[in-house]
Design a protein around this ligand. Sequence first.
Ligand SMILES: NC(=O)c1ccc[n+]([C@@H]2O[C@H](COP(=O)([O-])OP(=O)(O)OC[C@H]3O[C@@H](n4cnc5c(N)ncnc54)[C@H](OP(=O)(O)O)[C@@H]3O)[C@@H](O)[C@H]2O)c1
Length: 356
Amino acid sequence: MSSTTTKVFLTGATGYIGGQVAYELVNSKEHKFVVTALVRSQQKAEKLKAASDNKIIPVIGTLDDLTLLGKQVEENDVIINTANVDHVPSAQALSDALSEAKEKKILIHTSGTSVLGDGLDAKKGATTKVYSDKYDIDEINSLDLEQPHRPVDKIILDIHDRNPKVEVAIICPSTIYGISNGYDNVVSAQIPWLIKSTIRHNKGYSVFDGNYVWNHIHIKDLGDLYLLLLNKLLRGDDVPANRQGYYFGSYAIEGEEKVTTEPSEIEHTWRQVSAAVAESLFAKGVIESKEVDSLQPEPIIKLNDSEWAPYYWGTNSRSRGDNGYAIGWKPKHISNKEFFESIDADVDYQLKHSKT
Ligand SMILES: NC(=O)c1ccc[n+]([C@@H]2O[C@H](COP(=O)([O-])OP(=O)(O)OC[C@H]3O[C@@H](n4cnc5c(N)ncnc54)[C@H](OP(=O)(O)O)[C@@H]3O)[C@@H](O)[C@H]2O)c1
């Protein structure tokens, strides 16, 4: 690994998270990064090259091209995985290739705080259970393999045991909001999908009563966290890594003592988000009512054409990103006001760009 130029292989660079990460890498002041990005088509390759002023080198393939992934591991110092975070064969292929590494390599993988989610239950209400990536790491490392994202998380977290030359970390974002600086898809998933299906429902809706608490993070704060963590790992700083290297993409509250079923100033309920979405769409004359229906999972599955849809807005997932702050992360978009105001901008974006 050269101290001046670092070779990075990035998956998901045309996506929302990966686009922000790519932007951070090509604009980094501390390190010069040479970024090779996995893209799924020639058309996306051209788009990425043009939009990044030829700073990103595309390589065409998919997460199923396991030999290609192995070759990229050999040729690069750092691997950042932001494409489909539940893709087990590619995670296994990265692990196998990294286990053969003869010199220091770094892998930063992306997960998601659905890993903490509880199941669907009309009676459960909001939880007071909060997970800190710093203080509850043993509990996080013992989460059931049935939990979303866990199978891949586990493969990643085992890599350092297979080869101590490899340092791994997982960044695990909560609900990401805001428009990214990326190159192709620049919008998130959970809230934009809710906007689209609320338009189809012609009225607000939530999963049951929607009183389930989640955290959120602005995409630019998330991008800062990837870059900060990468720079620290490259310098060999003593930061949480490997089995301790779990970083929630969530804010934290200094000296937080009492957790209630009410969302704190760094959290939202999905009912609040549904209400804000309905309010915005109604104010723009798009839907007939700003009321929020409490729906059962079945109609939500139909509305979204996805069996997973009720889980997007029907679980509790309360996380605290203490590790980020511990390594010097200084997020700039913590205000809940900014989060709720961003919903109106998401609505405008969907109305302009999307066929619902
Ligand atoms: N957005 C959030 O709030 C959030 C929060 C936590 C976790 N996550 C997880 O993080 C991952 C990325 O999320 P995102 O919001 O950035 O999604 P996104 O905007 O849809 O981007 C996904 C990226 O991965 C690429 N990709 C997907 N499947 C691939 C495959 N089989 N082979 C190669 N490339 C593939 C896509 O390529 P194309 O451009 O060709 O489609 C795109 O570049 C997802 O797994 C998501 O579940 C998202």
